[in-house]
Ligand binder design. Structure first.
Ligand SMILES: [Zn+2]
Length: 341
């Protein structure tokens, strides 16, 4: 998170955090509440870095370039644990592996590796692993150990209860930052033990300005119109497939009355292609919709309206499990009918 940007876009948050840092009045737990695009995760990292950086600025914020800061950014610090729906499995598996080795040594049982699906909730095991690794003494130079729990509203009830105990009896030097979109989804008992920091939604202009620093106008517009957070937008921009899908979408929408262009799309999104997955297909639809909606096609007005309807409805369908190949063929067919009418 760029400090100047935080100061400009979230002046209240900046001031409150700066006060806590410079006056050394840190709460043991913080709850960051704000919309998807409000950069609360980026701010959580900056705030955590600021607690241990030795090179802070006059407002108490981290330099973001020293070794300690970088180790935290790269999640290499043992005293900094980041739990999200996605990263919790590493933490849990590390612990399970340790247990499995113990068992192996004692009972000589065979260790089988189970393929686990990505959980939809933050599990209790993740919280237990966190508590265990933090119960050991500090591993690094800093006397602070910090955890971040992203999307706290996705936590399971049992996980929330075990975290509650952790927060209720705060240990010296342990600090937590929880982030959520909806405060009402967080247990009142957790809320009452956290300092609540409210983020205001960023305006369209502010988000545009941020993205234009790393990409062109079309990419920025498309990603913002589709509600991507700065972090997710960045990931797409760095992914070279993003540009390939964009170009394919542009070419196709300008010639969707031509069989050759449908064939080209079918080849790109063929059975074994890496593109035939839900994320890429979703981005394809978003690009198609972007080009039609922003009048970047030579289609007639009436056709544009019909195609927008088809695409928006298809995006809804994509939320349920579908056969992606058939799903795309149906869209090519529907668009073909519109442009041939
Ligand atoms: Zn630093």
């Amino acid at each position: 998170m760029n400090k100047e940007r935080l100061k400009k876009s979230q002046p209240v948050v900046y001031r409150v955090l700066s006060n806590a840092l410079t006056k050394n009045r840190l709460a043991h737990a913080y709850l960051f509440v704000g919309d998807k695009g409000s950069n609360k995760e980026e701010t959580a990292l900056l705030f955590a870095q600021s607690m241990v950086c030795e090179n802070t600025d006059k407002d108490g914020f981290a330099c973001q370039t020293c070794e300690r800061c970088l180790r935290m950014e790269n999640r290499e610090s043992l005293d900094f644990i980041w739990i999200s729906k996605e990263t919790q499995m590493d933490l849990i598996q590390k612990r399970q592996k340790k247990d499995a080795f113990k068992e192996l040594a004692n009972k000589k049982v065979k260790v089988e590796k189970k393929a686990e699906k990505l959980p939809t909730q933050i599990k209790k095991e993740a919280i237990t692993s966190l508590q265990e690794s933090f119960s050991k003494t500090g591993q690094e130079q800093s006397d602070k150990r910090i955890y971040v729990i992203e999307q706290y509203d996705l936590i399971s009830t049992s996980a929330s209860n075990s975290l509650l105990k952790f927060i209720e009896e705060p240990q010296e030097g342990i600090y937590g930052i929880l982030t959520t979109e909806e405060k009402s989804n967080v247990l009142p008992t957790i809320q009452s033990r956290c300092q609540i920091i409210g983020f205001k939604p960023e305006s369209y202009e502010e988000r545009m300005e941020e993205l234009l620093e790393i990409t062109n106008e079309e990419n920025a517009e498309m990603l913002i119109q589709n509600g991507y957070t700065l972090k997710n937008a960045q990931e797409w921009i760095e992914n070279e497939e993003f540009g390939i899908i964009k170009n394919a979408a542009r070419e196709y929408i300008n010639s969707c009355n031509d069989h050759a262009s449908i064939l080209k799309m079918q080849q790109l999104f063929a059975g074994k292609s890496i593109y035939l997955n839900k994320e890429y297909v979703k981005v394809l639809l978003e690009w198609l919709l972007y080009f039609v909606r922003n009048k970047k096609t030579e289609l007639k007005m009436s056709q544009q309206v019909q195609i927008q309807t088809i695409l928006v409805e298809s995006m809804d369908v994509l939320r349920s499990p579908v056969d992606l190949g058939l799903f795309l063929d149906k869209i090519y067919n529907q668009l073909w009918k519109v442009v041939k009418s």
